[in-house]
Design a protein around this ligand. Structure first.
Ligand code: HEC
Ligand code: HEC
Ligand code: HEC
Ligand code: HEC
Ligand code: HEC
Ligand code: HEC
Ligand code: HEC
Ligand code: HEC
Length: 411
């Protein structure tokens, strides 16, 4: 018997099996790992078409904890109450996946989110209360008085629809009303198919919206000791740690999420960042929030996982002083504006140059000084904060005198 052809045939067959295995293992996991008939129908089928056409989307899904836990395409794209279904290659799907689809499995997260300023208040800040139901307005108002029941922002009207849509709305859509009666977009921080905590813990994720002259949190963080340490040691941090098990061993340097949301060393994770905020720093004149003491204790509890109390007390005492002095500077400028308005020397909002001087004073520089003081941004307290406040205060005085002169009144 001649063994050679048999040996060659076996070798070739073996090589083919290895090659076939290599090819199949490179195919999307969603197609190969099919533990149940339901998954074959959902992930398998969807991915078969979509991995050819939108590789990135299927790939992002494959990288997700959802894929590991066999949450499939249809679990999110399933039509829930209030959504318009669409018939799509033997499936009934929704193309608009909203918080309604996520809450089916993450109800408690949704409830925390709904209480937060990231929900209805964020949208109402631009569009006012009109798009919300009476129940939705009442719900948010109990946590954040006057933050939903209000008119649309005057700038949104003055700048026009195209500017508002691609500008304000892109950031404030984090709290958009959805057709299915839910509020908000979870993808703003988790992305759509990645749905990851690792992404949400990155400063750049929050910084998509929390940046620029009116809320320079990303820039402040970048120049703070925390931000510098984060860039230096990012690779040593375990950014993907499970939220319920996150410790300072995983995150020994804080990011935005650590201070505002994470459950470090056994603290509770929250989707309502207001829980740890004692002031409304974004306001023209900052006041303590109703939950001032509780919120302060909650944030300081986060700091104390990494610091001693004397350091924390020093930061808070210095920042309290910046809040008080910024308030008095804003109040002084505001009283000039109030007097001009009383004497009918101002027109509609944002009509006169002095309106912009005053708006910039509190909305850019006042906020920036206060945020800088709490989050370690010395340059923002000084050169992007107090210095321009001083400059604008001088300009406001001089513009006010000019307005009075032009109207024949004594300055
Ligand atoms: C037979 C191939 C095929 C299958 C199976 C398939 N799709 Fe699609 N899908 C497409 C094509 C082609 C498009 C783009 C054209 C269109 O909108 O129909 C698309 C579009 C979509 C869109 C975007 C539609 C829009 O208007 O924004 C979503 C979302 C989607 N598919 C999800 C799914 C989900 C979820 C599944 C499984 C439940 C699935 N698809 C199964 C081929 C497929
Ligand atoms: C964690 C929930 C979730 C899962 C799981 C999920 N999707 Fe999506 N998908 C979304 C969201 C959110 C959107 C954005 C919908 C919108 O714009 O309203 C989206 C949009 C899409 C789109 C349109 C995107 C575009 O950029 O044009 C396609 C196509 C799609 N999904 C296919 C899939 C496929 C295929 C799978 C499975 C491999 C899948 N999705 C799994 C949440 C999910
Ligand atoms: C069918 C149920 C289901 C749906 C629908 C669903 N999820 Fe999940 N999600 C899960 C499960 C299960 C886990 C894993 C939980 C665990 O490991 O503790 C998870 C985990 C997560 C995580 C943590 C991921 C990580 O990196 O640890 C995030 C974030 C998340 N989901 C967001 C979403 C968002 C946003 C949506 C809607 C677009 C959504 N989920 C829809 C079931 C679901
Ligand atoms: C780059 C993203 C971004 C854009 C663009 C943007 N905002 Fe904001 N806005 C934010 C963030 C982030 C905050 C929260 C600031 C804070 O708390 O320090 C905020 C806060 C606000 C507030 C104060 C909070 C409140 O509820 O009263 C108002 C009002 C507001 N924005 C209106 C607008 C309007 C109107 C536009 C467009 C003319 C706009 N924003 C454009 C991100 C943005
Ligand atoms: C402002 C950004 C942001 C938004 C919006 C957001 N998340 Fe998260 N989410 C986070 C961060 C940050 C974490 C991780 C917290 C930590 O470090 O442990 C997280 C964690 C999670 C987890 C895992 C933690 C847990 O308690 O199981 C789930 C699930 C989740 N988010 C779902 C959602 C859903 C659903 C929505 C929409 C209703 C949503 N998220 C909206 C930032 C966000
Ligand atoms: C898509 C845009 C967007 C993203 C991404 C985003 N935010 Fe916000 N955030 C906003 C807006 C808009 C507001 C202002 C809402 C209001 O007060 O009207 C806000 C407000 C806040 C506030 C102030 C809440 C209060 O009670 O005054 C904190 C703190 C905050 N965000 C933290 C975060 C953190 C941490 C992340 C990342 C994990 C994040 N945000 C991601 C848009 C965003
Ligand atoms: C070391 C902890 C820490 C880090 C890191 C941090 N913050 Fe803060 N943040 C604070 C403290 C403390 C305050 C003020 C708390 C108060 O009002 O009592 C604050 C205030 C804020 C506010 C102001 C809300 C208002 O009242 O207007 C926003 C928005 C915010 N932070 C967003 C961010 C974002 C975005 C990042 C990351 C780029 C970040 N923070 C990083 C601790 C932190
Ligand atoms: C997850 C850990 C962690 C948390 C939470 C944290 N920090 Fe830090 N912080 C650090 C690290 C690490 C350093 C650099 C420490 C060193 O080199 O000794 C630092 C440095 C600082 C510094 C600079 C000290 C100096 O003189 O250089 C200040 C101020 C500070 N943190 C304040 C705070 C405050 C206030 C909070 C809470 C709002 C806070 N931190 C929360 C880890 C943390």
């Amino acid at each position: 018997m001649n063994f050679r052809p048999v040996f060659v045939a076996l070798t070739i067959a073996g090589a083919l099996i290895v090659a076939a295995f290599a090819v199949s293992s490179r195919r999307p996991a969603a197609v190969v790992d099919q533990p149940s008939a339901a998954l074959v129908r959902a992930s398998g089928k969807c991915a078969e078409c979509h991995s050819n056409q939108q590789f990135s989307i299927v790939h992002e899904y494959e990288l997700s904890v959802h894929a590991q836990r066999h949450v499939n395409c249809l679990d999110c794209h399933r039509v829930v109450q209030g959504q318009q279904g669409r018939s799509h290659h033997d499936f009934e799907i929704t193309t608009r996946v909203t918080a309604a689809n996520c809450r089916a499995c993450h109800e408690s997260v949704y409830q925390q989110f709904l209480r937060s300023r990231h929900a209805a208040p964020a949208w109402a800040a631009v569009a006012g209360d009109e798009p919300f139901s009476t129940e939705q307005v009442a719900f948010s108002e109990q946590f954040h008085p006057h933050s939903v029941k209000r008119p649309p922002h005057p700038l949104a009207k003055l700048e026009g629809k195209s500017a508002t849509q691609s500008g304000c709305v892109s950031c404030h859509s984090i709290g958009q009303p959805n057709v299915d009666g839910t509020i908000g977009s979870c993808s703003a921080c988790h992305s759509r198919h990645t749905a990851s905590v690792e992404l949400a813990r990155l400063p750049s994720t929050c910084g998509q919206c929390h940046m620029g002259p009116d809320h320079s949190q990303l820039e402040i963080y970048a120049e703070s000791k925390h931000g510098v340490m984060f860039s230096a040691q990012r690779r040593q941090l375990n950014l993907a740690a499970h939220p319920e098990k996150l410790t300072t061993r995983d995150m020994f340097v804080p990011t935005c999420a650590t201070c505002h949301m994470s459950g470090l060393n056994g603290l509770a994770v929250t989707h309502d960042p207001s829980e740890r905020l004692s002031y409304n720093l974004f306001a023209e004149v900052t006041e303590p929030r109703p939950n001032h003491a509780r919120a302060r204790a909650a944030m300081q509890e986060v700091c104390s996982n990494c610091h001693t109390q004397p350091l924390i007390d020093r930061v808070y005492a210095e920042a309290d002083a910046v809040v008080a002095s910024t308030n008095s500077k804003v109040v002084a400028a505001r009283s000039i504006m109030d007097e001009l308005r009383r004497d009918n020397l101002l027109g509609k909002p944002f009509e006169k140059p002095i309106d912009f001087e005053y708006f910039d004073l509190w909305h850019y520089y006042g906020r920036t000084a206060k945020h800088g003081a709490f989050m370690g941004g010395a340059d923002f307290v000084q050169w992007h904060g107090n210095y321009p406040i001083l400059k604008h205060a001088v300009e406001i005085k001089s513009l006010a005198e000019e307005l009075r002169r032009n109207h024949g009144k004594t300055p």
